[in-house]
Design a protein around this ligand. Structure first.
Ligand code: UD1
Length: 315
């Protein structure tokens, strides 16, 4: 079976490329290398096909989609600071270019598409459930960013691809995936930033009181969910893909100190107005319909990521 991973040089994509290659799939990657790197594909770049280009570039997309059975679609403009500073670019890439990509998918042999959505679609809700079927008002009354809106739009397009064109799709609302190959630049994500800072003996900066929460989900569990969805009829539906363990940033910082064995200081800076206070959903739907259960506990996943980082400190 031939899989195309868009954003395949990025964090989730490069993990998926490895995971599916290991399981005997033919793997192609489409990436514009804006945030992803060739380094993320080290060890496998000779075993996969790499297409360099944007999801908005019809020609390269057409090439990449030839003979493809399944698409894991991650390519997007992302990073909290990036998207807050450039909301218009969010719409350009994650809505406009994304639409161009989907149009090409309709003309391709692909029969399945798994879209990397995000817990950002919930905005700042009281509850994060993907079980509600009526009204779908579980998030729209709350603050949602351009990023969340574009993700929601693409989820709807996935539904249309299934209902109107018969391509089996689903949208995975990832909750703070973390693990090896995660971007740890200042635009990057907190687990990667904290581990990187520990490696470099720098303090861990917490924005706000440290009691904001996230449901950190190890990338191997994310890949397992993708494999299960490939083997299940998903009918355009969306799923929360996240652990149900809600972790504060203070707990995360202390875990990183423990795992790294480094007595680095934790320092506090003002809360960022655009950060969400809570992110933890239920994953009941994925459990029931896909048979998915996250298997890697936070401490274990952080330890694996720490070990990887130590061995790849220039990555
Ligand atoms: C981002 C993504 C989201 C994705 C998630 C997990 C966007 C807009 N959002 O959200 O789609 O699912 O990552 O990958 O791209 N923090 C610190 N110190 C730091 C850095 C961050 O205290 O050095 C805090 C932040 O204030 C925030 C929390 O950590 O409260 C998480 O931040 P971050 O990892 O940047 O991303 P998310 O807001 O979870």
């Amino acid at each position: 079976m031939h899989i195309l991973v868009t954003g395949g040089a990025g964090f989730i994509g490069s993990n998926q490329a490895r995971y599916f290659l290991d399981r005997g799939f033919d793997v192609s990657v489409l990436d514009d290398f804006s945030t992803g790197t060739l380094g993320n594909l080290n060890n496998i770049k000779d075993k996969i096909k790499i297409f360099r280009g944007s999801i908005g570039d019809k020609e390269v997309v057409r090439q990449a989609l030839k003979d493809v059975d399944v698409i894991l679609h991650n390519a997007a403009f992302l990073g909290v600071v990036n998207v807050v500073e450039n909301p218009w670019k969010v719409f350009q890439v994650n809505a406009h270019d994304n639409h161009t990509f989907f149009e090409q998918v309709l003309n391709s042999p692909a029969k399945k598409l798994i879209f990397a959505s995000s817990s950002e679609v919930y905005g700042e809700p009281l509850e994060m459930s993907d079980k509600k079927r009526t009204g779908e008002t579980d998030y729209i009354d709350y603050r949602v960013t351009a990023y969340g809106i574009a993700k929601k739009l693409a989820e709807s397009a996935c539904k249309v691809m299934y209902e109107n064109y018969g391509i089996d799709t689903c949208s995975f609302r990832y909750f703070n995936a973390y693990g090896p190959y995660q971007l740890s630049s200042p635009y990057g994500f907190v687990a990667g930033i904290f581990l990187r800072n520990a490696l470099e003996n720098k303090p861990l900066t917490i924005f706000g009181d440290g009691h904001q929460t996230r449901a950190f989900t190890y990338v191997q569990d994310v890949c397992d969910a993708n494999l299960l969805a490939i083997n299940t009829k998903t009918k355009g539906d969306y799923f929360n893909i996240g652990t149900e363990r809600e972790t504060t940033m203070l707990e995360l910082a202390n875990l990183v100190k423990k795992i790294s064995g480094k007595d680095i200081p934790i320092i506090y800076e003002a809360a960022r107005s655009y950060d969400s206070r809570r992110r933890c959903g239920d994953s009941e739907k994925a459990r029931h319909l896909l048979g998915w259960t996250p298997r890697v506990e936070l401490e274990e996943g952080l330890t694996k990521t720490w070990e990887w980082m130590q061995n790849n400190s220039k990555a």
